[in-house]
Design a protein around this ligand. Structure first.
Ligand code: CA
Ligand code: CA
Ligand code: CA
Ligand code: CA
Length: 487
């Protein structure tokens, strides 16, 4: 494994250095491996002059870090098998890949040792992360004409927007905007995570709306919260009438999470105003199925009160550590994006006043009920038959280990399901598929667009009519019998 001086000189000729490197050393593969908390890049060669073979070590794809922390913020760029003389210095440039270009993060230098290896310590700082705002998916580095694999960094001290189901919101997420209602307040959650911050530490969430120069950003309001389990949740109940007095546009909301030791800024979130449908009286909307659009449905514009016998709101679990906190069965209209229909749903949900104050998830999960199969028609036999599939969705109620599941062990037994742990939900056991059920066709009800709820209602009406007819006949029979006896 001797590299001639001649070749070394060419390597450091800027114009040509990539070319001889590749030809003299036939690069076999490059890969990423883990040693302890470090990320290692291997540049392995099958040299013509020797029999060096790379071992197959599995690649790592992500690493959790605390920016600026000399131990927990540390990533090591390791070059191995470089056939270069002891003490050779190579630049290593770190990037973050985007779809069309890359963000340049930093340039470090690698000093190759007598064995042809180099370990470069990169302590990731907030300034590094700020070069690729809220996008830490694909870090990589290049050195000596080679490119490493991708590394995803997970900032353990991150701050970000979230919806009630635990889905991150705003730029860089799958939900870049969020709709708020003009007729009621809509809750949005502001998360601040930092494993170093002690229990009970106060955090201030300052909400702003970003405007480009020469205008200055609009201050909206401040919300307070406390840290528990390395996490603080601020709840912003968006009242559009109030927000309108602060900003004329809803393009780029962000918040600052401020503790006595740290201030971090969130990603941007665009809000969309939903103006509720004013024709509720006229259209006589009384069940979820009558809503035509996702917004009308999810904001329940006409305040539907009837959820049939599917859902009755009641307290399901009281949190003993906090007398004001409880879970209840929440009945609501939800949009089924597969069938494009509005449906009644039930979920086990934390009461509003407690959201953001305790560690437990806001929702323990939803039961999705979808009518399955063809119902047949009333013309052929006078009956409709229907089946339904019920699927349970744990939503954000998901943990990697039983120890992570919040709440005192006396109060809950964590549930293991589909490879993850969950806080237990009472509703899950009643979320089961069923059918087929036969229903006699009602004469006066339109047959098209029949939902399960209408079928249940129709069944009840039919049962009532039948029992009324039965009672009437029984009475008539008795009367007749009496008349006969008198004769
Ligand atoms: Ca990226
Ligand atoms: Ca980027
Ligand atoms: Ca703006
Ligand atoms: Ca503005």
């Amino acid at each position: 494994m001797v590299v001639s001086k001649n070749i070394m000189n060419i390597i450091f000729d800027k114009k040509l250095y990539k070319y001889p490197f590749f030809t003299i050393n036939k690069m076999v593969l490059k890969k990423v491996e883990v040693i302890g908390i470090f990320i290692i890049l291997n540049l392995c060669f099958l040299s013509i002059l020797s029999a060096t073979v790379c071992t197959d070590i599995p690649a790592i794809t992500n690493k959790s870090i605390i920016p600026g922390d000399s131990i927990r913020g540390r990533v090591i760029l390791s070059l191995t098998g470089f056939n270069l003389p002891d003490g050779t210095v190579l630049p290593a440039t770190i990037y973050e890949r985007d779809s069309t270009s890359s963000n340049t993060i930093r340039v470090l230098s690698a000093t190759v040792d007598a064995n042809g290896n180099a370990n470069v310590i990169w302590v990731v700082t907030q300034a590094d992360l700020d070069k690729t705002p809220n996008d830490y998916e694909q870090f990589y580095f290049t050195t000596g004409g080679f490119t490493s694999g991708y590394l995803k960094l997970i900032d353990l001290t991150r701050v970000y927007w979230e919806d009630a189901e635990g889905t991150p919101l705003g730029e860089g997420t799958s939900k870049p905007n969020f709709t708020v209602s003009t007729s009621t307040t809509t809750n949005i959650f502001m998360l601040s995570r930092d494993p170093r911050i002690p229990e009970g530490t106060n955090v201030t969430f300052e909400i702003w709306e970003d405007d480009a120069w020469p205008y200055s950003d609009n201050y909206i309001k401040t919300v307070y919260a406390t840290f528990t389990g390395g996490k603080a949740t601020g709840v912003w109940s968006v009242d559009t009438a109030f927000v309108d007095t602060k900003t004329g546009d809803y393009d780029d909301f962000y918040f600052k999470a401020i503790t006595s030791s740290l201030e971090k800024t969130s990603n941007d979130l665009k809000l969309i105003k939903h103006i509720s449908d004013p024709d509720c009286e006229e259209e006589e909307v009384s069940v979820c199925e009558q809503y035509d659009t996702e917004e009308e449905c999810e904001f329940d514009d006409c305040s539907v009160t009837s959820f049939g016998d599917i859902c009755i709101e009641e307290i399901t679990r009281v949190i003993s550590t906090n007398p004001y906190c409880y879970y209840y069965r929440n009945c609501f209209c939800g949009w089924n994006s597969t069938t494009n229909e509005c449906r009644p749903f039930s979920e086990e949900k934390l009461n509003d006043a407690c959201q953001g104050t305790i560690e437990q998830p806001i929702t323990l999960g939803f039961c999705n009920i979808v009518q399955s199969g063809d119902m047949g028609t009333c013309e052929d036999d006078g009956f409709l038959s229907y089946s339904w599939t019920a699927t349970w969705d744990w939503k954000s109620n998901v943990y990697n280990s039983a120890e992570e599941v919040p709440g005192t062990p006396e109060e809950r037994t964590p549930v293991y399901d589909v490879g993850k742990w969950h806080y237990p939900s009472i509703l899950k056991t009643s979320c089961v598929s069923g059918g087929p059920k036969m229903i006699a066709c009602p004469t006066s009800v339109a047959l098209s667009g029949f939902g399960i709820l209408q079928l249940v209602v129709a069944l009840i009406i039919i049962a009532l009519i039948y029992s009324a007819v039965f009672l009437f006949r029984k009475k008539a029979k008795k009367k007749n019998n009496k008349k006969i006896r008198r004769k």
